[in-house]
Write a protein that binds this ligand. Structure first.
Ligand SMILES: [Zn+2]
Length: 425
């Protein structure tokens, strides 16, 4: 039976939300969509809906109440509607937002809408802002198809359980089960938005036990500082020599178990936080790649068979491309975001798939290794200089460091904080 879909995206500068209505009955779907859109419709002199929507809309408590009422009545049939509650709760008087439906929200479109929202809210010149963005993303859009994952609620893969094929082991029911909710980006990192239907319970559990823990430990300090709620809410970090928890604002409270570990005034201001979990660096790279595999379109999977073999431990890698890391407060995200770029041309000097993973103020830049669209040489070493020229927007971010995450043995994980030690008066 054919399913009829209507996709909606709501976007403002403070929140974004997307959802999909699916039904096998076209008429039901159309009626439902019409009733929903009527809430946002322009009204004529007699306050009747005209059936047209003028973007942008501005926050209005009456509309918000109507939306909440609509959700109350329909969320049992369409649970994905619930996401709109948090969208409208984040908006305030004076905020503008746009609604688009049945249009694919590409990175280009998302950027275009952001520039417009910025210009409208701050009374700036729209054309100037759009041009600035287009200049910035000039060669990026020329060379790569750009996609964003994480900002909007989305389920990737086949909604019908019986038809699912696991992206990682290629198995289907009844050989494997698909009972658990598989998060495309680790739930422990705060991902609430993206789930992957096409990941079986066995693979899900295996990744949780083998590779996923390493990036969670690696990013644990950021998670605690910014109070990102993972699975089971906010967490304290318990290390070997310390315990850290979120203080007020973006402060962190660190307690040392022993007086010897506690820095003293006049020390060289170097605090060493020793974690009690070890970190395998290659697993961090594998998990980042797994996030990518979990959000891409089905049709892209054949280009990454060996990338999946590598994640599964069937291919050993000694030398992997360097991974860029940076801290950038301008691109701070409350929800993990994966921006990915797929090469349009046949220029094999450029990597086929490049990703930027944003986590609070931390940013990773990596290529997806072992793509069949790349040469063997490129799968080991990336000429980042050349790649930067072809992804012009990367210039905006300063302070990239490039790190080798090839090491495949668990190592003690320590973070050194250089800080001023002050006495409290
Ligand atoms: Zn599987």
């Amino acid at each position: 039976m054919e399913t009829h879909k209507t996709t909606f995206h709501f976007k403002s500068l403070v929140a974004s939300e997307g959802f999909k209505l699916e039904s096998t009955n076209k008429r039901n779907n159309d009626l439902f969509t019409a009733e929903f859109l009527e809430i946002f419709s322009n009204k004529d002199e007699e306050d009747k809906a005209t059936g047209t929507i003028s973007n942008p809309l501005s926050y209005d408590v009456n509309i918000k109440n109507k939306v909440f009422d609509f959700i109350d009545r329909n969320s049992s049939k369409f649970p994905s509607l619930n996401g709109l509650t948090s969208f409208f709760n984040k908006l305030e008087e004076g905020n503008l937002y746009v609604i688009i439906f049945n249009i694919e929200l590409t990175a280009e479109l998302s950027l275009y809408l952001s520039s417009h929202l910025k210009a409208w809210e701050n009374d700036e010149d729209v054309n100037k802002l759009v041009k600035e963005d287009m200049d910035l993303f000039g060669t990026t859009f020329e060379n790569y198809r750009t996609r964003i994952a994480g900002d909007f609620r989305k389920a990737v893969g086949n909604p019908i359980r019986k038809q699912r094929v696991c992206r990682f082991c290629n198995e289907s029911m009844p050989k494997v089960t698909f009972k658990k909710k598989a998060h495309a980006i680790s739930e422990a990192l705060g991902n609430k938005n993206i789930v992957l239907y096409d990941e079986c319970d066995k693979c899900n559990e295996r990744f949780g036990k083998t590779i996923e823990g390493d990036i969670i430990t690696y990013l644990e300090l950021f998670r605690t500082i910014y109070g990102i709620k993972g699975k089971g809410g906010k967490k304290k970090i318990k290390g070997k020599n310390f315990e850290a928890s979120k203080g007020e604002g973006n402060q962190i409270e660190i307690k040392f178990f022993s007086l010897d570990d506690r820095p003293k005034v006049g020390d060289d201001y170097n605090i060493k936080l020793e974690f009690d979990k070890k970190v395998t660096h290659q697993n961090i790279y594998k998990t980042l790649t797994k996030f990518f595999i979990s959000v891409i379109d089905d049709s892209e999977l054949p280009n990454f068979e060996d990338s999946i073999n590598w994640i599964n431990g069937k291919i050993n890698a000694k030398e992997l491309p360097l991974v860029g890391e940076a801290i950038n407060y301008d691109t701070f995200v409350h929800h993990p975001r994966l921006l990915y770029f797929l090469r349009k041309s046949d220029d094999t000097n450029l990597p086929y798939a490049v990703c930027q993973f944003f986590y609070t103020c931390k940013m990773f830049l990596f290529v997806v290794p072992f793509s069949s669209k790349d040469s063997v040489e490129l799968n080991r070493k990336i000429d980042w200089k050349h790649t930067f020229k072809s992804l012009s927007h990367l210039d905006k971010y300063k302070g990239w460091g490039f790190y080798n995450h090839s090491n495949n043995t668990p190592r003690t994980f320590t973070i050194s904080l250089n800080t001023d030690i002050k006495t409290e008066e």
